[in-house]
Design a protein around this ligand. Sequence first.
Ligand code: B3K
Ligand code: ZN
Length: 875
Amino acid sequence: MSEPQPVYLSDYQAPAYRVSHTQLTFELDPAATKVKARLLVERHPERETGLPLELDGEHLSLKSIALDGKPLEAADYELTEQGLRIPQVPERFVLDTEVEISPRDNTALQGLYQSSGIYCTQCEAEGFRRITFYPDRPDVMATFSTTLIGTAEPVLLSNGNPVEKGTLDDGRHFVTWEDPHPKPSYLFALVAGDLKKVADRFTTMHGREVSLEIWVEEENLDKTDHAMASLKRAMKWDEETYGREYDLDLFMIVAVNDFNMGAMENKGLNIFNSAAVLTHPKTATDVAYQRVEGIVAHEYFHNWSGNRVTCRDWFQLSLKEGFTVFRDQCYSADTNSAPVKRIQDVSFFRTAQFAEDAGPTAHPIRPDHYIEITNFYTLTIYEKGSEVVRMLRNLVGWEAFRRGSDLYFERFDGQAVTIEDFVDCMAEASGEDLTRFMRWYSQAGTPEIDAHGEYDYVTSEYRLTLRQRTPTTPGQQDKQPLHIPVRLGLVGTKSGRDLNMTLGGETLGRDAVIHLREDEQEFLFTDVAESPIPSLLRHFSAPVKLHFPYSREDLAFLLQHDSDGFNRWDAGQRLALLALDDLIAAHRNGVEKVMDSRVTDAFRTLLTSRIDDKAVLAEMLTLPSEAYIAEQQPLVDVDAIHAAREFVRQSLALALRDEFLAVFEANQSDAPYAPEPEQIAQRSLKNVALSYLMAIEDEKGLAFAQAQFDADHNMTDVRHALTLLVHSSRDDLASPALKAFGETWSHDPLVMDQWFSLQVTRPQEDAVERVKFLMQHPAFSLKNPNKVRALIGTFANQNRVNFHRLDGEGYRLLADVVIKLNRLNPEIAARLITPLTRWQRFDEQRQALMKAELERIKAEPLSPNVYEVVAKALA
Ligand code: B3K
Ligand code: ZN
């Protein structure tokens, strides 16, 4: 096999030909679906005449081809692995092709495939070329009309509105759909099969009546309420917040069991991983409810940020994804607890995106080359992309941002555009110079800010120095300074209040943003009434690592007094991290571990003082995860990290047992389950308390966990209790509970995913063996991405001590799965490798073991997806 070659942004050219209308006919058959395509083609006005027509096409068997009604001879065109080329075509013409494809054998889940017998599609980014020959690129936008012909499929869906249906002479039936909005091929979708719908309505702000439909397998009809309610809330929110209204008469969501990602924003016909739609109090946790709400909103918001205005090329992916993640994050913040949403998003971001940005696959938000675009649906494109849009919003202010977004949607409606187009609208609407800001899009790596401050008692001045540097990343040695907005407050050490800030004679108020644009800048605050502790990067105002020499006393102080809830939480995390550092060192040196009483005191204060937002309190009582602690270490010692964190958990539980008991008992409720912020907050606080009690296997804690499991009130509580039992040393309690749960839910794939996950995160030594054993379970299948993620992904990413076992069995297991999946589903295989790519972070022995597994993978005949990741990891 020849090495796959990269595509470069700098090579972009407008397409030679564009398609104004696409007419498709599908004769559905599991092994031999016929796809007829009629394309109205014309030369692109910006391109020269006489160019060949080049169409993408993969895994297609061509049956016939005709140009302007005239069948082409074999000599008139060339067929390759990648597609079809017709050297000579007129300026304008009609192209007819007929191909055959096999949805049943499509295990990559890209293009047209079958999931539990349902035909469905996934075309982003380049799946449409597995359906028919086409210029499969986002800057070719056409109206579509699609006829689906089926035999046994009662439901036939595609984009737009149904315009005709009937029965053919041979008894087969058909439905024709028309989508009036020009769209790129990646937004095409079809669904066919035995599905049932739940229907509702929405009236838009201008009085358009929209039918809303959620299509599911019959047994899931009782699991759609939350998704439907979320959809309606999201439609309303987008009208109120962005003035964006839905533009078709029908909006459909379909749930399928086999899906590579969470969901897909196909025009008018969103296709969802069932895990991102279905909820029921008995089967879905609070986290799942919130995830469904976020994803439903995200896909809906794409109708404007993505569909009406789309990307010129896939290098611009963050144009739609960063902006849409930002939109869904704001939506969720508005509908739930805003501070908690920010804490959770940042906590995830700093763990996972920082690690990506520091590893061998680090790339800018707008990459300048790729081998396989599917590998670039990353945390950097999505989450860092969102952070950058958030900074823009904060830089120009909401009103100018909204004017900028109006301008963007109006100016580029129906077009495929670039990140510059978006940022230019923001600059135009606000009058800000965003030239330096654009570097965020081209520079990879997490910037680090070294800050220090000095208070002069005589002059009442506070001098804050900020220095920025971005570490080198693969292919980017020289980094330039970025424009970093630093939101801050100066908290008076006497008053505990935010002090008024004056900078360069200008009054900034008590909470303000300063702008770091150079490598190093000094900010001199005058008339600072008392010695302050700076609260920096409030709300995580920029996606950077901030270093400030806070003492533990400073952090304990901020934890109590900072007016910014986010930074109060962050102060607690930093305080815990400092204590953890000592304990990690103690563990490594074989010295007795001693708990830092400042942490215990801080927790006691939290547990006993009144905090209105229970969800925030639950976050504050949660220690940084092992993965986040690892992120802070120069060299990751998984065992020391685990031991240190367990030591802190147990010390806190021993010292504060009564306080945790009180919190647990005070937050019981038998109110009927509702996924509402207050209830969710109460449950998380109660369950955090229970976790501490179980950390010491307190008799009362064990009894509470068992009782909570037995009460079977809702999945959040049941799953939490079961996890605690399974992770405890009490096999006598864990085994029967696990067995009962597995039997009760053997028919529900989404609950079985949870059953798998909670077992493979067990810290006990036999975890690798358990993973192998569970891979033989009848409910497990390598062909189902949710199962692979639940079992293998969860193990490799969340069970750090066992994945990194010193005999290399964890690594070997992962590599074995990657090798198998490379053939079945390259997209999922490539994603799964991530933890192995981080080998530089570990000790030499583990490095060698991890690299050996990467080499073993590399020796296989590889898909471009897996090749790209492995080659980078070993470069
Ligand atoms: N746009 C889709 C991603 C599909 C990627 C497939 N490789 C989901 C989303 O971001 O909304
Ligand atoms: Zn998206």
